[in-house]
Design a protein around this ligand. Structure first.
Ligand code: PLP
Length: 286
């Protein structure tokens, strides 16, 4: 099916969408993005994604291309036009097209560009992968040092996903100075007894919107939440592990570098947190 996509105010069949070769998103990865999941045809945690988008744009001094109400209306129209019940909306804001290549940021006459499209994932909530859980390898974190800005600079995460695929597993976790930073496209967690542990917020990781919600839900469900770094060894000895992102919600991780956690199947804490997350988010989606 040909999707209808959004490009700078126009609604177009995906085959007719065009971006300039001088667009800084294309030439310099000078663009930021958000991925918002859709459940029951409604947007999950949209406010959180918009807040992070404003922050990413602010850090890069890119002007806001539209206000929150316009972004919401555009997302809703995209979901409706493409008949999405479950899936994702990908939104990208680029610094725009200054008409030539230059390292310096262009002036205010260059307007930011906005592109958005949907990805239909009919079994996002009921993902088969969540039954088995992810197996992950660890690899060095060779990304730049401002991972808190959600830029489209995704080459190293792509290399990480390919390394995982070649190793016959589902994903890779990045490691720096012996500690796990995060997954290639998700935040990393472990469970020890009644404690759920995930790295604290800094410039070293993306401030996951799913992570923030799961911290809230975990506390409400009487788990202790520790925001601190953990090592690969600690993770391999943990009772359970999981990854969070808009595209996978709460995904069990059952094996790290060939070491199975527990009996190698998703444990009770991650199953519970996934259930709570999906239930609460389905209810609160807009
Ligand atoms: N960490 C990285 C590196 C990511 O790319 C992502 C999502 O794309 C996340 C964490 C999870 O963020 P969120 O929960 O907002 O999807």
């Amino acid at each position: 099916m040909t999707r209808t996509v959004y490009v700078n105010g126009d609604w177009l069949p995906e085959t007719e969408a065009r971006i300039s070769i001088f667009d800084r998103g294309f030439l310099m990865a000078d663009a930021v993005y958000e991925v918002t999941s859709v459940l029951g045809g409604r947007l999950v945690d949209f406010d959180g994604h918009v807040r992070r988008l404003w922050r990413s744009l602010g850090e890069l001094e890119i002007a806001r291309p539209m206000d929150e109400a316009a972004l919401l209306a555009m997302h809703r129209e995209l979901v409706a036009r493409n008949g999405i019940e479950e899936g994702m909306v990908y939104l990208q804001v680029t610094r725009g097209n200054p008409g030539d290549r230059s390292f310096l940021y262009p002036g205010p006459e260059t307007k930011p560009g906005v592109v958005a499209f949907t990805q239909n994932v009919p079994n996002l909530a009921d993902a088969p992968a969540a039954q088995a859980g992810f197996r992950v390898i660890t690899i060095p974190d060779l990304r730049w040092a401002r991972r808190d800005i959600k830029t489209v600079q995704l080459l190293y995460p792509s290399m990480g996903k390919m390394a995982a695929k070649k190793a016959g597993v589902d994903d890779a976790w990045f490691v720096e100075d012996g500690f796990v930073t995060e997954g290639t496209s998700n935040n990393a967690w472990i469970v020890v007894g009644n404690r759920v542990i995930t790295r604290g917020l800094s410039e070293e990781i993306l401030h996951g919107i799913t992570r923030a919600a799961v911290i809230r839900f975990a506390r409400e469900a009487q788990f202790e939440v520790e925001e601190r770094a953990f090592s690969v060894t600690e993770a391999q000895a943990a009772d359970e592990a999981f990854a969070t992102a808009a595209s996978i919600f709460v995904m069990p991780v059952v094996e790290i570098d060939g070491v199975k956690l527990g009996d190698g199947r998703p444990g009770p804490v991650v199953r519970r947190l996934r259930e709570i997350y999906i239930e609460e988010m389905r209810r609160a989606a807009i």
